[in-house]
Design a protein around this ligand. Sequence first.
Ligand code: AMP
Length: 417
Amino acid sequence: MPSFATSPGTRDILAPEAPRWRQFQQTFADVVELAGFAHIIPPMFEDLGVFLRVGETTEIVTKEMYDFEDKGGRRVALRPEQTASVCRAFVEHRPVTPWKVWYAGPNFRYEKPQQGRYRQFDQVGIEVLGVDDPQLDAEVIGLAVEFYRRLGLRGVQLSVNSLGDSGDRDRYAVALRTHFSANIDALSAESRATLERNPLRVLDSKRSEDAALIAAAPKMADHLSDQAAAHFVDVQSSLLSAGVGFVVDDRLVRGLDYYRRTTFEFVSTALSAAHVAIGGGGRYDGLVAELGGPDTPGIGFALGLDRTLLACDAEGVFAPPPGRVDVFVVDATGGTHAGAVCAELRAAGIGTDRAYDARSMKAQMKSADRAGARLAIIIGEDEATAKTAIIRTMEGGSQHVVQRDALIAQVRQALHG
Ligand code: AMP
C-alpha cells in the first residue's frame, strides 16, 4: 500500500495549534472589526491575470506562482497573496468608498521550504480603498501594532519608507540602474540578474559583497515628488502623535511591485534573521486602475500567521487556548447512560466527552485524564438504578453523589463555583 505525507512546504496543523490559529484570526477580527472593517472571503484561485498585477518582475510572479490550466482551458493561479483579489473584487462589485475589508486565510508560493517559510502559509490582513489621507496610513499601521499588542508581543519593530509616486519610482529605478551598472563588476551575480529585472530589488540583497554598493546607492528620499514627500511627512507625524514607534528605512522596498508612497514592515526581534519579517504592507494607489477599475487609492497590510506564531513562541506569549472538554462521563454499565448524559450536558453548553466499547473503569478514568477534563461523572449499576451520578474532581479526587435531574446545576457549581 502506498503511504503519503504532506507535500514539501505544507503541513498539518493539529491541536492545540489549530485552535490557536482560530484564536489568532478571532483576535485579529476583534481588533479590526472594532475599527469598521468588514470580512471578505476571496476565492483561493482566480484568473492568472489578476496576480500578474502583483508585478511581472517579482519573484512571486516569475518563479513562485502555482498557476495551471483548469479543465475548461482557463489559465488560473492559486492566490500568492490577497490584495490583488480584494482590488479585483472592488472592481467587480463597485462598493461605496471608503471600502474597508479584512481577510484571513492561506496563500500559495512555490518557495524553498524552511522554518518560517512555507509553500502554503496563512495571512491576516486589511485593505482600505478610496482614501489617500496620510492619517489613514498611520491608522492602518496602528491597527497592526494594536493587534501585536493584543497577542502579547513586545519585540516588534516597525520600519517605514516612501516609494513615491510611479514617476518617482521610475526615476529612482533609473538612478539605481546607473549607480549599480557603473560598478557592475563589484556586484554579486544574483544581484546582476536582479538589476536586469528590477533595480529596486537589488536593495533587498543580503549578500555581503553587495553591502558597500547598496550603502552608497542613491536614496529614494532624494527622488520623491513634493506631494509624495509631504504625504510621507504627514504619515510620520500622525504616527508620532498616535504614539507608534518606528524607524525610517530608506532601503525598504518590499517584494511586490504595486506599492506606491507609504510602505512598512514589521520584524520580530525574537526571531532569527532568516524569517524576521512577520508582516508588512503599504499603499498601492495604481492597482485598482490596473485591474480595470476607476483610479482609486488603496492601502493595506498582510501579517504572516505562521511566522507571527513563531515569534509568539519565542517570546512565550499567546499560548494555545485550553481544551473545551470539562467533563468526562465514565459509564460502568456499558455506555447507554454515557450517551444520554453527554447529550444533556453538551446541550447545556458544557464540553463533555466519553469512552466507547464498554472499557474498564480504569481505562475510562485514564481517558478522562487524557481529555483534560476537570470532572468525571461516574455512573455504575447502583447510580443507574437510583437515578443518581457521582461527580468526581479529577484533581484531588474528591467526589459526591448527586441526583440525575440536578446534574447540570451540580456540574456548573463544581466547575464554576
Ligand atoms: P508579503 O505578502 O510578501 O508582503 O508577506 C507578508 C508577510 O507574510 C511576511 O512578512 C511573512 O510574515 C508572511 N509570509 C510571506 N511569505 C511567506 C511564506 N512563504 N511562508 C510563511 N510566511 C510568509
